[in-house]
Ligand binder design. Sequence first.
Ligand code: DC
Length: 248
Amino acid sequence: MLIKALTLVEAFFIPFVHCRTMQKHQITIAIDGYSSSGKSTLAKDLAKALDYSYLDSGAMYRAVTLYFQQHSVDITNPHAVSEALENIEIIIPPARESFEIFLNGMDVSELIRSLEVSQLVSEVAAISPVRRYLVYQQQQAGKDGGIVMDGRDIGTVVFPNAELKIFVDSDIETRVLRRFQEIQLKSSAVTKDEVRANLKHRDHIDSTREDSPLQIADGARILNNTSMSRQEQLEEVLLWVKALIEEQ
Ligand code: DC
């Protein structure tokens, strides 16, 4: 007889996923946090466990940045920025696990992760018309609930009424190492010092910009995952979700 041991996640959530259609309302989960804090990993794992959609809002800011770079758009010129936004179509096919993003019909899922894009994206994300353009699309994507979205302003601006808001944090060296290892899988041309400088630069701009700075949203729960494994952070948050769903 083959007995399959269920992980804690399966034991808790298989019943929830199976009675998903019986839930009165699928909740919205808003996840914010610093660069490379592990929020996208958590968001993807949660979406998979709950059978919800997942949207990486940072990828949208990256796609706009890539377009601006490819078309040499002067980001200090509001007219050029508005005109460029009119020519941008971002499509993110619904997915639970893998994540793809198309910019004007081209798959840019890999290109948007380059260091060149990372070096400019925070400046682009500080431009108010860019934020208005993307926040509207994010709100449309999540209007029916059943979504996990991660970014910097999801709990404060995009979904201030989300049932569950999470602020993910972890110490800077842990974040540098995670990001460095991720980049090394694709290219070894980047040093840890460059990664650290880029993370600090982005954290600074993201949390001090005038429009929608990164802040802990009202009512957000803080998850410091410095010494947690991927599985442990998922299990912790699933307990919060379980409690919320039971309250409904
Ligand atoms: O999550 P990420 O590192 O891929 O995000 C890229 C940049 O986009 C980040 O520096 C801040 C910005 N961003 C934002 O301002 N608001 C969001 N909701 C998501 C990302």
